[in-house]
Design a protein around this ligand. Structure first.
Ligand SMILES: Cc1cc2nc3c(=O)[nH]c(=O)nc-3n(C[C@H](O)[C@H](O)[C@H](O)COP(=O)(O)OP(=O)(O)OC[C@H]3O[C@@H](n4cnc5c(N)ncnc54)[C@H](O)[C@@H]3O)c2cc1C
Length: 393
């Protein structure tokens, strides 16, 4: 089928509406730009809603210091606007209270469906044009730039002329289509089958399928995956098989639970594959897990380590692009980090931090390697981001 050409033009096209894409679209729209967000599903939030991953991991370092700010904090608060499911960090939210290493970390558990609706309203209020059910399937490039995005939905195939593009697909799809160097997750992902179970006692997130831990971090701990098979997340057949296995696992898990509590029912299953790490960009800089507490002149914000208290990482702007394609920037779980740090950078707060930076940059430029970093940092700072560890109180 021949692509029809859209007669609309946008300053910023965001591909993917997970936490990274939501943050990018919001940041770009707040800079007064015309923004469109293409999302292949019919709700926002990606793994954080359709994937039933509803734990907004910490914005703090675990020793009483908040390190991620701006949209990362705004979305955390939005996610519990009408109440949290668990882990309500009152001493963080009320701005009072002690914040010591003994306190709970600044994280929450939220309702996926509610967050999807609230995020949608937030983007619409800020003037973002949403196009659901829209799969970006290819790009056209010319002289090291993406000139068009090819989008498929119920209308058929449409080509959108673009100025700046944010790849927030989680899988680095757009970079891959555009020929930017990328890397895949070598070990492959373990199976997960997170679901919600409801009973007379209330409803509960069932986190079936342990967090993947890169080999070098296992420290002799025995890994007990649900199945020995691992998944790349980049193959249509394999993703379909993984989904069936995940459903089967959910059923078996629930049947066991039902033996003890006959009132238990499965209330929600994921509608997107629960895959953690797939493909990431080879950026102008690759941030390593060893670079905790390292100051970067081009930092666009900070993230902590959800796995342990202490480490703080400044995120260099150069981890978000590769000069090979001038007007493409990535955000979320496809940022340029080494294999060990990937498991840290993929989580929700980090996706929001890189999303805000990518969206702000895309509003300002269509050639990221020449963007004046000081100007970008000034806008981020004005919008609540703290860039450097040395700036923390
Ligand atoms: C089992 C599991 C447990 C996890 N546990 C936690 C946890 O407890 N806490 C935490 O913070 N994080 C957790 N994570 C990680 C976290 O949920 C995700 O890494 C994070 O939400 C990713 O956000 P993202 O926006 O980068 O990508 P995604 O959430 O993957 O969003 C990408 C979006 O882009 C859309 N999309 C993809 N390709 C295209 C395309 N070509 N065209 C149009 N749209 C497209 C997708 O539909 C999706 O909505 C977990 C992940 C898994 C799988």
């Amino acid at each position: 089928m021949k692509a029809q050409r859209s007669d609309q033009s946008y300053d910023v096209a965001v591909c993917g509406g997970g936490f990274a894409g939501i943050s990018a679209a919001l940041a770009a729209a707040r800079q007064g730009k015309r923004v469109i967000l293409f999302e292949k599903q019919y709700l926002l939030g990606g793994l954080g809603t359709a994937g039933l991953v509803t734990i907004y991991l910490p914005l703090c370092d675990g020793f009483g210091r908040q390190v991620s700010f701006g949209i990362a904090e705004e979305l955390l608060k939005l996610s519990i606007k009408y109440g949290a499911e668990a882990k309500y960090p009152e001493n963080w939210l009320d701005g009072k209270g002690t914040r010591t290493s003994k306190d709970k970390r600044y994280e929450v558990q939220y309702n996926a469906q509610l967050f999807a609706i609230l995020a949608e309203q937030l983007l619409l209020e800020n003037g973002v044009e949403l196009l659901y059910g829209s799969y970006v399937t290819d790009v056209a490039t010319e002289n090291g730039r993406i000139t068009e995005l090819h989008v498929e939905n119920k209308s058929g195939r449409t080509a959108y002329a673009v100025r700046a593009v944010v790849d927030a697909t989680g899988d680095c799809d757009i970079a891959h289509f555009a020929g930017v160097p990328t890397e895949t997750f070598k070990q492959g992902n373990v199976l997960a089958a997170w679901y919600y179970r409801t009973s007379e006692a209330g409803y509960k997130l069932q986190m079936v399928g342990f967090a993947d831990v890169p080999d070098e971090e296992r420290n002799g701990k025995e890994a007990k995956p649900l199945t020995a098979r691992r998944f790349t997340g980049l193959d249509g057949r394999e993703l379909s098989d993984m989904t069936c296995l995940s459903h089967k696992t959910t059923l078996e898990h629930w049947l066991k639970k039902r033996e003890a509590d006959p009132s238990a029912v499965i209330s929600t299953i994921a509608t997107t594959p629960q895959i953690r790490m797939t493909r990431k960009i080879v950026g102008e800089y690759e941030l390593s897990h060893t670079e905790e507490h390292t100051a970067f002149e081009d930092s666009i914000g900070m993230v902590s380590n959800w796995k342990k208290r202490g480490p703080v990482y400044e995120v260099p702007f150069r981890t978000l692009y590769n000069k090979a394609v001038k007007n493409l920037i990535v955000a979320g779980r496809c940022t340029s980090v080494n294999e060990t740090l990937w498991d840290v950078m993929r989580v929700i707060p980090c996706c929001a931090v890189t999303g805000q930076a990518a969206g702000t940059a895309a509003a300002m430029s269509d050639d990221f390697s020449t963007l004046d970093i000081k100007v970008l940092q000034a806008v981020l700072t004005k919008n609540g981001v703290v860039l450097h560890e040395s700036d923390l109180l």
